[in-house]
Ligand binder design. Structure first.
Ligand code: BTX
Length: 321
């Protein structure tokens, strides 16, 4: 309800909305309107109240709270249920717990701060308070476990398109899960699975997006490899809720296309957006290094590298230089 109230107030821009108008539009009592306004004020929204005129929104804090996201989001399933926390160890931890409790598909867990943000292979993900977007999406697709890596590629497509639509910046994909802006990491994707032998119970897709950090917000060791939307847009501050809404809407588009039509449309789009394809690369796996031209991906999301001797090598998981 507060999401809808916020939507009304922000849509009416500089105009006042009377308590009666709001109560008619939202089908709630005027006392309830007042209570929701008070709650929004507690969360940092400045709402002017003038007798006989009504309410007007003066200032919106840069939040990615449930109310803020719901006031903008147009999706049917992805993000329909939002669990918002100020601080967590990792949104993945909360999402895994919710999976066990039977959370519905499309549920997202979002936090302002993560104290133990996770990357792949136990690597840390730096998740600074209120500067980025740290969230996990719960999915329950009816697909066999071996094709689950396709969802990482689907996520990369949705994140690329969502970020580009929200910012107009030239976002690129690097296999398998890196999202880059002018060669530096702007986002990370972590796909984790609950599965039995032949059936997926749920997939938890973790997405970290660097939004409003400045260079000094990153620890020394990341300053050469990481960037934020703001740093690449001459310091412009982005409304975090606009960015996540754009990504979630693209997610819904691609996820339901995937369930309807399979991996082919995702594969085609991914190959258009991935900078890796057609380039000379070195893939470092746990056991070896493979050098050659990245030719494309298979239906399982495996990278194909044409080596100098003309043979084709499949790489399942690696870091790419
Ligand atoms: P990754 O293993 O591909 O990348 C991790 C590496 O990226 C780190 O070793 C470090 O070099 C670099 N790195 C760490 N933090 C940042 C950052 N903020 N920006 C750019 N580079 C960084 C990528 O793993 C997967 C990341 C998923 C993060 C989301 S956030 C919401 C969800 N919860 C959670 O704990 N993880 C996911």
């Amino acid at each position: 309800m507060r999401g809808k109230l916020l939507q009304l107030l922000s849509q009416s821009k500089d105009r006042f909305l009377s308590g009666q108008q709001i109560s008619d539009m939202l089908h709630i009592s005027r006392t309830a309107v007042w209570k929701h306004i008070e709650e929004l004020r507690k969360n940092g929204y400045e709402i002017e109240a003038v007798p006989r005129k009504g309410y007007r929104l003066r200032y919106m804090p840069n939040l990615a709270s449930t109310d803020e996201i719901k006031s903008k989001l147009q999706t049917k399933a992805i993000g329909r249920h939002i669990v918002y926390k100020k601080e967590v160890t990792s949104t993945q931890d909360i999402a895994h717990q919710l999976v066990q409790e039977g959370a519905e598909e499309g549920t997202i867990v979002i936090a302002d701060k993560q104290t133990k943000g996770k990357g792949r292979l136990g690597r840390p993900w730096h998740s600074m308070e209120e500067k980025g977007l740290w969230f996990s999406i719960i999915l329950r697709p009816d697909i066999p476990p071996q094709v689950a890596p396709q969802l990482t590629l689907l996520t990369a497509v949705a994140v690329q398109e969502g970020l580009e639509r929200a910012t107009d910046l030239p976002v690129e994909i690097k296999w398998p899960n890196d999202i880059l802006l002018r060669g530096k990491k702007i986002a990370g994707i972590l796909t984790e699975m609950h599965s039995e032998l032949d059936r997926i119970q749920a997939i938890v897709v973790g997405i970290g997006l660097n939004v409003n950090q400045q260079k000094t917000d990153f620890p020394e060791e990341l300053s050469a490899v990481a960037t934020s939307l703001s740093m690449e847009a001459n310091g412009k501050v982005f409304q975090r809720s606009d960015v996540i809404v754009s990504v979630l809407e693209k997610y819904e588009h691609w996820y339901y296309k995937y369930l309807d039509q399979g991996f082919f449309p995702i594969k085609k789009r991914w190959e258009q957006l991935a900078t890796t394809i057609g380039k000379e690369i070195t893939a470092k796996t746990m056991r070896k290094e493979v050098q050659g031209i990245a030719e494309g991906i298979t239906d399982e999301g495996v990278l194909l590298i044409r080596k100098k001797d003309g043979t084709l090598e499949s790489v399942y998981s690696a870091d790419i230089d």
